[in-house]
Design a binder for this molecule. Sequence first.
Ligand code: G3I
Length: 352
Amino acid sequence: MPAIPASLLLCLMIGCGGGNSTVTPPPPTVTLAQAAAHHNIKVGAAADSPYLSDSNYATILGSEFSQLQAENEMKFSIIHPSAGAYDFSGGDALVTFAQAHSMAVRGHTLVWHNQVPSWVTSGGYTSAQLSTILQDHITTVATHYAGKLYAWDVVNEAFNDDGTMRDTIWYDQPGIGFAGMRTQYIEQVLNWAHAAEPNAKLFYNDYNDETINMKSDAIYAMAQDFKTRGVPLDGIGFQFHVDPSFDNPTILASVTSNFQRFAALGLEIHITELDIRLNNSSTASLNSEAKLYGELATICVQQPSCKLFQTWGFTDKYSWIPSFFPGEGWALLWDANYQKKPAYNSVNKALH
Ligand code: G3I
């Protein structure tokens, strides 16, 4: 039997280019923000100011991203903890950090049924009183950040998955005066926000509306109505809190079609809260996460109206997932030790 050349032997042992061999691609040489800049897409991360004292956290946030958004610190219960008292300290710290690192800031969120302080929920207010409280809140917060935030999630999660309106303190329990009138309270608060900060882009933000379904149909009908009548709505935030089961050709095609119908209304598309939760950190799971991250980044790149690709945090160290989904986690682009995961490389490549 002829001798096998040493080079072929090596190929048989460890694999060489082509065929089924695994070639590790070179690491990306530009940041996420740089990779996406020529598409005019901002790359964002949700952040909260206490983490800024963690130097690894601050270094990555300030260098890899072109936008940040408060994960919690601009929500009602934190920024307006008691009647007449506002606490802008956390939000202001984020704005200062962003300005020092040439990052845009996106506000989150003015009207939501969660993280509403007990002075509001237990106050026994009438609709007229709640209306005054909410208008004051929106006006004060939007005015405080006028010129510093380029966009706001004005209303968050107002629909149920079946397209009906969610029963909330702002809609019908008792609501601000438009109970049973579906989207009229959303129209009202968009008008208040626009009056307070006419230069900010105003968004409606939700989850489980990424594909074409009953919820996104209802949001689309609202958006179409608002655009027709000149209600100040500039875009839709699609959250994307998903898991690897979302990586399905039918689902991804539906995301593309859904984005297209909203874009056709003249609205901006923002991916606002993306994370992909796993139930283990095996190589296979991390690779499936990376694949889906890359596919979603590609969908954004291919839709001209998609202007934001944002993850909900950026390091597994501080992700909300483990405390809300026990046993799950590993959902972001950096691991808990600030090492870049396969998902980071996949997103960086897809954003080019
Ligand atoms: O700040 C307090 C701290 O003082 C206290 O010691 C601690 C004890 O539990 O709680 C801290 O507050 C927590 C807060 O996050 C800040 O860490 C709350 O308990 C906790 O409920 C809150 O969770 C946030 C959640 O919204 C509230 O619903 C998550 O961090 C945040 O990621 C999550 O974000 C939402 C978006 O706003 C809207 N879309 C869904 C998304 C995920 O739920």
